[in-house]
Design a protein around this ligand. Structure first.
Ligand code: HEC
Length: 288
């Protein structure tokens, strides 16, 4: 069953047109336009603003289940934990606000971005741990737990802001963008599938019990509480960061995942989030 649906996918995936690999390099703005136009055409019944809701933007019955879960969202207690953590001073008396500013609602929309001085893409989770270590605190685990709770709180406070990733016209920033884009379109793993195979060309198709979500806006709702992750955790804490999900999707094609906050995943996040520009940030979210 498993391998059959995969085989169908592989067959279809290779025949599909490549959105992102024209021989002449397109500008990020051209990529963005083509990417968003592709999904608008593929899912004519979905309003643009709704693409930040993953599979729930393209399937009515999944959406109804999700809406009833959202009445008592399971991520809420973790948003609260994140808030407590945010307000807890470090041993040196400072706190997260000393790094991020007092206006929590303004933080989410600031990441990911190209940091000119450090010449790298910086992410929200990366900066949370940097804030800690620069203040003499231990770094938190990257994919789950307190870091995901902090990210959930910050994302929740930042809901409603528009995604507005800027790709600066700077060769190093452009190289990071191109690297993230290449990652997204590169086939990998034993199943030889790219992110784009599942989340662009095959989006809207079922694979086993799952429906493949469109890649547009896919990063907006992170971190997410997944029922599946909750079932795996002793405490029932189902929160996970975007890079946890990236690792899971790499493993699905039997590729070795990269480390969370590796340059590869940060560059991927840069490209991937940029492709959702114009949609609203809406984390934290619930996913199956
Ligand atoms: C074999 C198909 C497959 C491939 C290849 C794949 N994914 Fe996924 N991905 C899934 C499935 C299935 C889900 C869960 C249902 C959904 O939201 O699409 C998922 C979910 C996601 C989500 C969560 C979406 C949400 O709304 O919560 C993100 C983000 C994501 N994938 C990113 C990626 C990236 C980036 C890559 C490339 C590294 C990738 N995926 C490769 C199958 C795949």
């Amino acid at each position: 069953m498993k391998s059959r649906s995969m085989n169908i996918l592989i067959g279809l995936g290779t025949a599909a047109l490549m959105l992102g690999s024209a021989t002449v390099q397109a500008s990020p703005a051209e990529d963005l336009k083509a990417f968003q136009a592709y999904f608008a055409k593929k899912f004519p019944d979905t309003q643009f603003a709704d693409f930040n809701n993953g599979v729930y933007s393209i399937n009515e019955s999944f959406r109804q289940q999700w809406e009833s879960i959202e009445e008592f969202p399971p991520y809420e207690t973790f948003v609260e934990k994140g808030e407590e953590e945010w307000n807890k001073p470090f041993a040196n008396g400072k706190g997260y606000a000393s790094c991020f500013g007092e206006d929590v609602a303004a933080v989410r929309g600031f990441y990911p971005h190209w940091d000119v001085k450090r010449e790298q893409v910086v992410t929200l989770e990366g900066e949370i741990n940097r804030c800690r270590t620069e203040n003499g605190e231990k770094a938190l685990k990257w994919k789950v737990g307190t870091l995901a709770h902090l990210s959930a709180y910050i994302s929740y406070e930042g809901r409603g802001q528009k995604i507005n990733v800027v790709i600066p016209d700077d060769p190093k920033a452009m190289a990071a963008y191109e690297d993230g884009k290449r990652f997204f379109y590169a086939k990998r793993g034993q199943l030889n599938l790219a992110c784009a195979d599942c989340h662009v060309y095959q989006s809207g198709q079922h694979i086993r019990a799952d429906l493949l979500s469109p890649a547009i806006g896919q990063t907006s709702g992170f971190p997410v509480f997944r029922a599946k992750w909750s079932g795996k955790s002793k405490s029932g804490d189902g929160m996970g960061t975007l890079h946890r999900r990236y690792g899971g999707c790499n493993k699905q094609v039997r590729a070795k995942p990269f480390k969370p906050q590796s340059e590869q995943y940060r560059n991927l996040e840069f490209f991937h989030t940029y492709m959702g520009n114009g949609l609203e940030w809406n984390g934290a979210s619930y996913r199956k």
